[in-house]
Design a protein around this ligand. Structure first.
Ligand code: GLU
Length: 486
């Protein structure tokens, strides 16, 4: 049901989808889904040099991976297409003609060098650089002369003087810009391609967008856009500018603070629902203390009035914590699928996997599920199953096997293992229980030596996983080798 809310995500395909873009996309999507509105994805590819289809695909794939779908736009179609700006040039041309005809825009023939000289001049005088309007009132003769010189004009918007441009921003409140500080800006470049500020206005208006939710870095573009809506008599959306994302040291989020592209998280084995959960919390806050939300739960709860004005801080540890929560909740089958590429890359798994081997792998994954912050970490935890050469991790571990009762404990353990018909988690639990009882020792005096003898470490997965994963032959071989090493 369409209640009239129409939002859009309008990425420039000049690189992979980044954290900030993904968060904007999510906020738009959540608003649409919360209110039964329409989500649109359009591509802003007017930067011909930097735009590529490869980036476009990367962005769309990353959106889909995160669970963000759309109703209209690229790959979906709709009544307001085309949805790629380079395919909309005739539309922009039509509106450019209108603005030129009414005198609200004009051709400017200034060269880069002239503009640069003007900028330097203004700065030397301590003024803000802006276009001073040299071509504002050219006569036909001037134009003919410039054209004869081979100059190719841009089109500039004639900014009204002495006006306050007011943004009633849903996040930032009322923001006022003075039109005199803006300077006539370029709306069409000399190659006929519109600039972002012009194309975005026509697209948002013609696509009947009701809410523009985007990053705060676009706030300073907004007065330029508002002036164009007014000049063209177009319906204006409401704006919501979401705060910047900062690193923990409060400087603008960059690669120093962690990966910035969504695909980097995907390839490290983060779960999309965990990353989405984390991204929504970069700026939006829930009503209660709970911070773990599925997308459907977020759809129920999301509202723009809980989007904060102050900057969001990107905290990788928090992401890891959230991801760890999701990893513990997810199925071992899914985790095993996700773990396979990492295990192969580490050389732990090669060739075809039989169904027995797959069941075995599932137990390997299950044994370390609770420790993982993201799936790529698995190789650090499972090496104990694959490296047959036991190394004591430190002197403390070696000491565990030097205790007085160790020979007795180890002999009894060896006998028990040899007697076992099947080494399953249940059978191991029963065996260890019987062993401690027979030896009349506290659990610790049995479990710890067995653990060190099997892995060289004093910590790690449960023994009732480790022993079945190793199997009888390896248990006995490791026992022999560890004791021989002391
Ligand atoms: N193409 C712009 C960007 O990627 C979109 C800005 C907007 O949402 O208006 O930053």
């Amino acid at each position: 049901m369409d209640n009239g809310i129409r939002v859009r995500f309008a990425p420039s395909p000049t690189g992979p989808l980044h954290i900030g873009g993904a968060r904007s996309a999510l906020f738009n999507w959540l608003l649409a889904r919360r209110h039964g509105g329409t989500m649109i994805v359009r591509i802003e590819d007017t930067d011909l040099e930097r735009s590529s289809r490869e980036s476009e695909e990367n962005i769309l794939n990353a959106l889909s991976w995160l669970g963000i779908d759309w109703d209209e736009g690229i790959g979906k179609g709709g009544d307001h297409g085309p949805y790629r700006q380079t395919e909309r040039l005739p539309i922009y041309r039509e509106y450019t003609e209108k603005l030129l005809a009414s005198g609200q825009a004009y051709h400017c023939y200034c060269s880069e060098e002239e503009l640069e000289a003007e900028r330097q001049d203004l700065m030397a005088r301590g003024e803000m650089p802006q276009y001073m309007g040299k071509c504002r009132n050219l006569c036909d003769e001037d134009k003919r002369r410039y054209e004869a010189e081979g100059r190719k004009p841009v089109v500039r918007f004639r900014v009204p003087v002495n006006e306050d441009v007011i943004i009633e921003d849903l996040v930032r409140g009322r923001v006022v810009f003075e039109s005199n500080g803006i300077g006539d800006y370029v709306i069409v470049k000399s190659d006929g391609i519109p600039t972002y500020n012009f194309a975005v206005v026509l697209d948002d208006a013609l696509m009947e967008i009701t809410h523009v939710i985007r990053g705060e870095e676009h706030l300073s573009n907004t007065p330029r856009q508002i002036l164009l809506y007014q000049a063209l008599g177009l319906n204006m959306p409401v704006f919501a500018h979401v705060s910047l994302i900062l690193g923990k040291d409060r400087s603008k989020m960059s690669k120093r603070h962690g990966a910035t592209a969504i695909e980097q998280y995907q390839s490290k084995g983060y779960l999309p629902e965990a990353l989405a959960n984390f991204l929504v919390l970069l700026g939006w806050s829930p009503v209660g203390e709970e911070e773990i939300f599925s997308l459907p739960e977020l759809v129920q709860q999301f509202s723009l009035d809980r989007v904060a004005k102050n900057p969001a801080v990107f905290d990788l540890e928090k992401l890891n914590w959230i991801n760890g929560c999701y990893i513990r909740q997810t199925s071992v089958e899914r985790l095993t699928e996700m773990a396979l590429p990492f295990l192969r890359e580490a050389g732990y798994i090669t060739g075809e996997i039989t169904s027995d081997r797959y069941e075995w792998l599932k137990m390997v994954v299950l044994s370390v599920q609770e420790y993982l912050s993201y799936v790529a970490e698995i190789t650090e935890y499972v090496n104990i199953y694959f490296d047959e050469e036991i190394e004591f991790e430190n002197e403390e571990a070696r000491q565990v096997l030097l205790g007085e009762q160790i020979p007795t404990v180890m002999a009894a353990f060896r006998d028990k293992v040899q007697e076992m018909a099947e080494i399953t988690p249940e059978a191991v639990k029963a065996m260890l229980k019987a062993l401690t009882k027979e030896l009349k020792l506290g659990g610790k005096h049995v479990y710890m030596p067995v653990r060190v003898a099997m892995t060289g470490q004093t910590h790690g997965p449960e023994l009732f996983y480790i022993l079945p994963i190793l199997g009888q032959e390896k248990i006995l071989a490791r026992l022999h080798r560890s004791l021989a090493k002391l």
